[in-house]
Every structure is written in C-alpha cells, then in structure tokens.
Design a protein around this ligand. Structure first.
Ligand SMILES: [Fe+2]
Length: 343
C-alpha cells in the first residue's frame, strides 16, 4: 500500500523538524511548507492525505489556508489538523466554522499526535473509497449514455446544468451536490436496456415503451445500497414524472415531486433537445425553450425552473458551463494516469 503523505505547515523550523521526525518514524511521507501561501502551492502540486497546520504564520495564516482548501471541491476532503497555542474558544470556533477537522495543542503530545493522525488517515482512506465508487458509477453512466447515441457528455452536462439552475433557485450546497450527482446518474438504469430497443429508430411498441420506462427504477435500485447516494436516488427514480401526474414510474403529482427532481427533469430535456443525435440535428436553444414553455403550460414542468433555465441561457451561464464540461473531459482524456491509483 502507498505510504500516506502528510503536509506539515509551520513557520518555525524546530516545530517542523519535530513533527517530521516523529511521523517519518511512523512510516509516513512528509512534505513541508513554511507559510500558508507555500502550503496552498504544495497542495496544488500534490494532494496530501492529511495536513498539520500552524495557525499563526506570515503571508497567509492557518485560517486563510483552511478557508481556501475547504471551499474548493478538489481539496475539501483532505483532513486538516490545526496545531495551535490559540486556546481561546472564539479561535477554535472560527476554525471549526471554516472546516478544520481536529486540533492539537502546542507543545504537541507525541502519543496524541500519532493517534490522531492514524485515525484521521483511516477515515480519509474510507472517504477515498467512497469517492472512488461514485466516480466508477459516473464513468458507467457515460458508457451507458454512449450506447444511447450520445457522446458521453450529456450526463455530465445535465449534472452541471442542474447544479447551476439549482443554485439560482436557492438550494443549499449539500443539496446542490445531490442534484449534480442525480443529474449525472439519471439514466444509469439504461445499462439494463437491450440495444435493439435503446437504439431503435422510429416508434416503440407499447411493450418496448414499458420496458424503456423501467430504466428509471432500475437506476435508482442500483444506487440504493450506497448510503452516500441516498438523496440522489429519488432523482434517478422520478426524473420522468410530470407535475400533472402523467409521467412515470410513480405518476407523482405537484408537490410530490421535489424541486431537486424538477430541476434535473427540465435540464435533461433541454440538453437532450440541444444535443446532436445520430438521427437528428440539435434543436436551437430558443426552439427548445419554446417547447419546454409549452409543456410547462400544459402542466408537465415547473414554470419557475423553466424560466430560471431561460435566464441562465440568455445570461450565457449555460454556454460557459457546457464549455467547462467539454474542457474537463478533454483534459481527462489526455491526463496521465493518477499515481495515487497505482498504489
Ligand atoms: Fe431517463
């Protein structure tokens, strides 16, 4: 197994040396930074598994580092232990508010240090595994989508658009993550659909339509055992419901359909219309929006969601999110293998 990497951040050389010596004896790989700015550079260059962070430092203090790392989705899961002489409750509360995972008081008790480090690293390994499982499902969703004649980016765009529209509608950060994941995975259940039905040109028979409709509950059931997916599962199950009760699989109506589900449903239809398919050209945004507005008037979709999406299209945010999705997919395609995955 790969050795865990710990970043020690302190402006005092003797403090860094002590921590380095003790932790190296425990078998960890240590890197060092002498202030907050250097710490951020080091994290960007190579993601550590844990950070031991001094509070008072020149350039950028420990609070600034915590705030920057915990706001960034790429670094927020790295555990941070603040090593400090600041014993006032106000300072500790400020650090907790920013997202610090644990504290150690200076002078550091070495047994306490190694015990805390060991338990935080065990927790980090567990989080990494969960993250890895979620990423496997996301990749599977892209593969499934390609069978359906898309390019593999539809589900990523649905996730990103859903996050954007959800944010404009005031959903909190945690719910936005749920909505994004639900958007990415919404059609996962198509993995169980036979090609001849999934790719059939022209009209489906009643039996084929009934079969296709099972993709929603199948996708939800696939994710059901994962506790981390708990809140995204209803999105997978209900993304084809309509507010007037004529959708599937639950024939849910009005308030029975959560805002999270409504958002994914609308952006899914918008992106499906706007995407080039083997059998048709993309629909221009204004035509897609006309269709969505007509269907909202008919009682199918939430008008507030449709109008919010319209605002995001005219404001250029949808186009810029689509560009970001494409750019990050291109980056992933040429990225060298993750050295962490090798261990
Ligand atoms: Fe679907």
């Amino acid at each position: 197994m790969r050795r865990a990497r710990i970043l020690v951040v302190d402006d005092q050389l003797p403090n860094r040396e002590l921590l380095r010596r003790v932790l190296q004896l425990e078998g960890y790989e240590i890197s060092e930074a002498t202030n907050g700015r250097e710490a951020l550079e080091s994290v960007r260059a190579a993601l550590p598994d844990l950070i031991l962070l001094d509070a008072l430092m020149p350039e950028l203090d420990g609070f600034g580092v915590v705030s920057a790392l915990k706001r960034d989705p790429a670094t927020r899961l790295v555990p941070i232990v603040m090593v400090t002489t600041l014993e006032t409750l106000a300072n500790k509360l400020r650090a907790v508010d920013l997202g610090v995972d644990d504290f150690l008081n200076k002078p550091v008790n070495l047994t306490e240090l190694t015990t805390r480090v060991r338990s935080l690293l065990a927790l980090k390994r567990f989080t990494d595994e969960l993250e890895h499982a979620a990423r496997v499902l996301e990749s599977l969703a892209s593969v499934v989508e390609r069978r359906d004649g898309y390019t593999g980016l539809h589900c990523q765009r649905v996730g990103a658009y859903a996050r954007l529209v959800g944010s404009a509608l005031g959903l909190d950060e945690e719910t936005l993550d749920v909505v994004r994941l639900g958007g990415v995975l919404h059609d996962l259940g198509k993995v169980a659909m036979p090609d001849e039905v999934l790719r059939k040109p022209g009209r489906l028979t009643d039996a084929e339509r009934a079969l296709i409709e099972t993709h929603a509950p199948i996708g939800a059931d696939l994710c059901l055992p994962m506790r981390t997916m708990e809140r995204s599962v209803p999105i997978l199950r209900h993304h084809h419901e309509r507010l007037d009760g004529t959708g599937y699989p639950g024939k849910l109506r009005g308030e029975q359909i959560s805002l999270e589900v409504r958002v994914v449903t609308v952006v899914d239809i918008y992106d499906a219309l706007s995407t080039r398919r083997p059998y048709r050209e993309p629909t221009p945004p204004e035509t897609s929006m006309r269709i969505l507005r007509e269907e909202a008037e008919r009682g199918w979709w939430d008008e507030r969601v449709v109008e919010c999406l319209a605002d995001m299209i005219s404001g250029g945010q949808i186009a810029s999110v689509a560009e970001t999705v494409e750019a990050s997919a291109a980056l992933r395609a040429v990225a060298p293998p993750d050295p962490k995955a090798a261990g």
